[in-house]
Structure formats: structure tokens, C-alpha cells
Design a protein around this ligand. Structure first.
Ligand code: SF4
Length: 240
């Protein structure tokens, strides 16, 4: 019996290390870290959190502004709005038109102005002016999807038990061959299952940065890609 238990234990250990060998998580994440240290962050993102006080509320609003909007435009709009109006109380004191003017030209600025005001009002009415530290409650705020709620949990509340998934975080693990998923939500659930916990916190920023520089959407730079040897290049038809 002892022997059986022992070999069973060994068997599970071997299975786990085989899984890690198949996926090469450690090698890939280490290489992405190295790549990240060679890429200079855009000036704007270095400046943003120096001007704006980083709180769950400012992370939430900045994330809403970023949807379907270029980083530089989001950064400038965040600084204009949140540099002066960084709490729900201060935002509700503004008219929708004033918010629109401050955040223009972010994508869908009219809808976003309306949502930002509504969300701020809900935070005051339902949560006493404080962003709830609760994924489900965040998700129930109008206009807040899984990506935004996860970002607020990770970057607003420093809670490492979530993986925010944007377009890069969905596309690249599918190309590598870690997962085979159709939607970002499926990707999130699969990654929570297979990716060892120690990689969760860094996953989002490393993959976003990698997706903006090397593994770009239309024609990825496979010839200079540091993780090329571990990548199955699933559904990559055109590359450089
Ligand atoms: S080899 Fe190509 S498809 Fe694979 S991760 Fe690198 S850039 Fe992306």
C-alpha cells in the first residue's frame, strides 16, 4: 500500500512537470520578462500615475476611458479628467457635457461620459463613495465588463488572484498553443486553470507589451521573436 501511494504521488508529480514542460511556462515568462526590460514604456504611461493618484476609483475610470481607444489618447484624457476630479463625489459635481469636453477625443466619449457619471453616482448611493472590493459587485456596475473588473481588482486593489484579459492576452496564448479558445472570457477561465499562480500578476502587462511590439495582431514579428522556439504559431498565416 505504501509503495502504491508512493508511486501514485510520484506519478502526479511527473504529470505536473510534464504539463509545465509541454507549455514551457517558465521559459516563456522568463523570456517575456527579459523582452519587457528592453522595451521603454511610452512616456505617457510613465507620467500618468505621477499626475494622478492611483486609487481603485482612478484605475476604474481610466480603464473605462481606455476601451477602444489608443493608449496615448487615454493617457491624456485620464490626466485631464482624473488629475483634478479623482473621486466619485468630484465627478458627479460635473455635468455630462463637462466630462465629455475633458475626455474628448476618446472613443465613444459621449457614452463614456454618461457611464462615468452614472457609475460615480452608483458608487456614492450604493457603496458610500468607495469602489467595492468585490469582483461581482464591480461587474454589476453599468458598463463594467470582466476585463475592467479584473483590472480594478489587480491594479486598484493589488489582488493577485485575477487575470485581466484584453485582446493581446486572448490572441497570444492561442497562437502559442497554450489554449484553444474563442472568447476572452473562455481564455480567462482556461488560464486560471492551467497557468501556475506565480505568473498571474505579471501576465497582463507582459502580454500587452509583447502584443504591442512583437506578436502584433496582423503580421507578428516571428523572425525576431524571443519565444519563437516554444510557439506553435496557431492560425498565424502571415508573419514577418
Ligand atoms: S513566434 Fe510569432 S506567433 Fe509565436 S509568439 Fe512569437 S511573434 Fe507571436
Amino acid at each position: 500500500m505504501y509503495l502504491f501511494k508512493h508511486s501514485h504521488h510520484l506519478h502526479i508529480k511527473t504529470m505536473i512537470s510534464n504539463v509545465e514542460d509541454t507549455y514551457h511556462f517558465n521559459e516563456i515568462m522568463t523570456l517575456l520578462h527579459q523582452h519587457s526590460s528592453t522595451v521603454q514604456k511610452p512616456l505617457v504611461s510613465r507620467e500618468k500615475w505621477e499626475v494622478i493618484q492611483k486609487t481603485p476609483f482612478t484605475v476604474l475610470i481610466s480603464c473605462l476611458l481606455s476601451l477602444r481607444t489608443k493608449d496615448e489618447v487615454t493617457e491624456d484624457a485620464s490626466i485631464r479628467l482624473l488629475g483634478r476630479y479623482d473621486t466619485a463625489e468630484k465627478i458627479v459635481a460635473l455635468s455630462e457635457e463637462e466630462i465629455q469636453e475633458l475626455i474628448y477625443p476618446v472613443g465613444f466619449y459621449k457614452t463614456k461620459a454618461k457611464r462615468i457619471k452614472e457609475i460615480s453616482q452608483t458608487i456614492i448611493d450604493v457603496y458610500n463613495g468607495t469602489v467595492p472590493k468585490d469582483f461581482t459587485k464591480l461587474l454589476s456596475l453599468k458598463g463594467v465588463g470582466r476585463k475592467t473588473a479584473n483590472i480594478v481588482m489587480v491594479y486598484g486593489f493589488d489582488d493577485p488572484s485575477h487575470i485581466p484579459i484584453d485582446t493581446h492576452c486572448h490572441r497570444i496564448p492561442n497562437r502559442i498553443g497554450w489554449i484553444h479558445t474563442k472568447t476572452p472570457e473562455e481564455t480567462e477561465l482556461q488560464l486560471l486553470r492551467i497557468l501556475p499562480k506565480q505568473y498571474w500578476t505579471d501576465f497582463n502587462h507582459l502580454f500587452v507589451q509583447f502584443g504591442q511590439t512583437i506578436c502584433t495582431p496582423l503580421s507578428p514579428h516571428c523572425s525576431i521573436c524571443p519565444i519563437s522556439q516554444y510557439c506553435k504559431k496557431t492560425q498565424v498565416t502571415k508573419h514577418r
